[in-house]
Design a protein around this ligand. Structure first.
Ligand code: AHM
Ligand code: MG
Length: 332
């Protein structure tokens, strides 16, 4: 085994991980390979996004005469179709769909549920700013005996895997199965995600805060006091806010810092979705040594009540999140 596995293809890395579990049936690795296919399809479409209007100028049809889809619809369909072709998923839930999709017929071999936000930050597509796909994987509690919505309403601590794909200046795939966080960069010339960030550890404290300050009129005191503290003389913090959660999160994961979409007087529950955004990123951040909280509770311990539940989110470097949570609680 080489000391550094840098450059190893993601598929090979997964097989190597699978071998560590003698009882593994390989169904998780196969499911994961299907997610990689969807990621590549979406990445290709995102890279062509600026050309879609040009290619599809004739009445919303492209040169093949097909209807041109909006990119978030395309991403959702790409995830759905790829998972339907996979025999390892028994149900799906998407931020883009009201209800769960049940799957699995007589040939189904897996017992996984997948939850995803197919294209997060999609308001940024039109202006060529990074967007991402976020996913979370659970195991079905009842095996093949009929999946229901209730099976998806499980706390984040039960996730067996979480990850995201960032469509940025390059496309990156970052994931955890509870054994650290690993990042892979798509090499377009060979069409493979190659290991570029092995065992990512988040700095204990950063110098970046990410929050939509346009909402400050609605902030509760705890948020206002925390941000004021960060902006006070000599603190050295910089504000960085892309408005695409995956991009903001990924930057802070590598450089250290804190992202906040807190509860405020307008959106009492925050904006972000527990099952598609907050839980998967919380699993990743904790695995990288960071922290995630609503201000009141650890995000991954919340028992979801509904599929599209929103949740306040304070996520990032441990010392930063602890400080933000301290300000939040002191103001209650
Ligand atoms: P979306 O899932 O509809 O794209 O919304 C989620 C996005 C996140 O990517 C981002 O962090 C947030 O919304 C930005 O919201 P705002 O524009 O209110 O700051
Ligand atoms: Mg989203």
């Amino acid at each position: 085994m080489p000391l550094s596995m840098s450059g190893m293809p993601l598929t090979k890395f997964l097989l190597q991980e699978q071998r560590k579990h003698a009882d593994s049936s390989g169904s998780f690795t196969s499911l994961f390979s299907d997610i990689i296919v969807a990621a590549k399809l979406i990445s290709r479409a995102v890279n062509k996004a600026g050309l879609i209007d040009i290619l599809g100028a004739a009445g919303g049809k492209n040169v093949q005469g097909e209807e041109v889809q909006k990119l978030d619809e395309f991403a959702n369909t790409a995830m759905l179709h790829t998972m339907e072709l996979s025999s390892f998923v028994l149900g799906m839930a998407s931020e883009e769909m009201d209800d769960i999709v049940k799957m699995g017929g007589p040939h189904s071999r897996g017992n996984y549920l997948i939850l995803f936000d197919p294209l997060d930050g999609s308001s940024n597509i039109d202006v060529n700013i990074s967007v991402g796909t976020i996913f979370s994987i659970l195991k079905t509690p009842n095996g093949h005996d009929g999946v229901t919505e209730k099976d998806f309403l499980r706390p984040g601590v039960e996730q067996v895997c979480a990850g995201y794909v960032l469509y940025g200046s390059s496309t990156m795939f970052v994931y955890t199965t509870g054994n650290g966080v690993h990042g892979f960069t798509l090499d377009p010339s060979v069409g493979e995600f190659l290991l570029s960030h092995e065992n990512i550890r988040m700095p204990e404290r950063g110098k970046i805060y990410s929050i939509n300050e346009g909402n400050s009129a609605y902030w509760y005191d705890g948020t206002a006091k925390y941000i004021e503290k960060l902006k006070s003389n000599g603190s050295g913090y910089s504000a960085r806010y892309v408005g695409s959660l995956v991009a903001d999160f990924h930057r802070n994961l590598l450089k250290g810092g804190v992202f906040l979409y807190p509860a405020d007087k307008k959106s009492k529950k925050g904006k972000l979705r527990l099952l598609y955004e907050a839980n998967p990123l919380s699993f990743i951040v904790e695995q990288a040594g960071g922290m995630s909280s609503t201000g009141d509770n650890r995000v991954m311990e919340i028992v979801p009540e509904e599929l599209h539940q929103r949740v306040p989110l304070i996520i990032g470097s441990k010392a930063d999140v602890q400080e933000a949570v301290g300000c939040w609680r002191a103001a209650q």
